[in-house]
Design a protein around this ligand. Structure first.
Ligand code: ZN
Length: 158
């Protein structure tokens, strides 16, 4: 386990500020006060996406981030979130996951191929077998990508 003592405490972290961090998967992250989390770019199997890890002071096993330095504030027009919600894949309308229905069918051992099975995604426009379309929130992704590039030219102090 890491034994970093010289990190920025949770109570000193400021909403929407970008930090250079030491964590499991991220190098930089925007602090989200609501969740005590940091959203940054994670790379896995050469695929990059936005991912959130949480401040160390939240305790283990989920507190994995040690903020090292405040490197700036996110521009006002960029929101602190990981995904854009596009709604229903087929029509773009509002869509909801009926969790109760989903769990009820699992308990009753009703599966996809049974004639009694009811699709748990409900589209407001009644699309058959609807599902939700989401994508990476590009404004934040692109901004963090730029931060990483700019920062990589700066001499490292840690
Ligand atoms: Zn639809």
């Amino acid at each position: 386990m890491t034994n970093l003592t010289n990190y920025i405490a949770l109570e000193d972290c400021i909403n929407r500020h970008i930090y250079k961090i030491y964590s499991r998967n991220l190098e930089y992250g925007v602090f989200r006060a609501d969740t005590s989390g940091f959203i940054g770019i994670r790379e896995k199997f050469s695929y990059e996406y936005l991912f959130e890890e949480y401040h160390h002071d939240r305790g283990s096993p989920f507190g994995t981030v040690y903020p090292l330095e405040d490197i700036g504030i996110l521009p006002d027009n960029i929101e602190v979130r990981e995904y854009t919600d596009h709604g229903c894949y087929q029509c773009g309308g509002s869509i909801n996951w009926d969790r109760d229905l989903f769990e009820e069918q699992i308990r009753a051992n009703i599966s996809l191929n049974d004639k009694d099975y009811v699709w748990p995604w409900i589209c407001e426009n009644g699309c058959i077998r609807a599902s939700k379309k989401i994508s990476i929130y590009e404004l934040l992704f692109d901004y963090l990508k730029e931060v990483k590039e700019i920062e990589s030219f700066r001499p490292c102090e840690f």
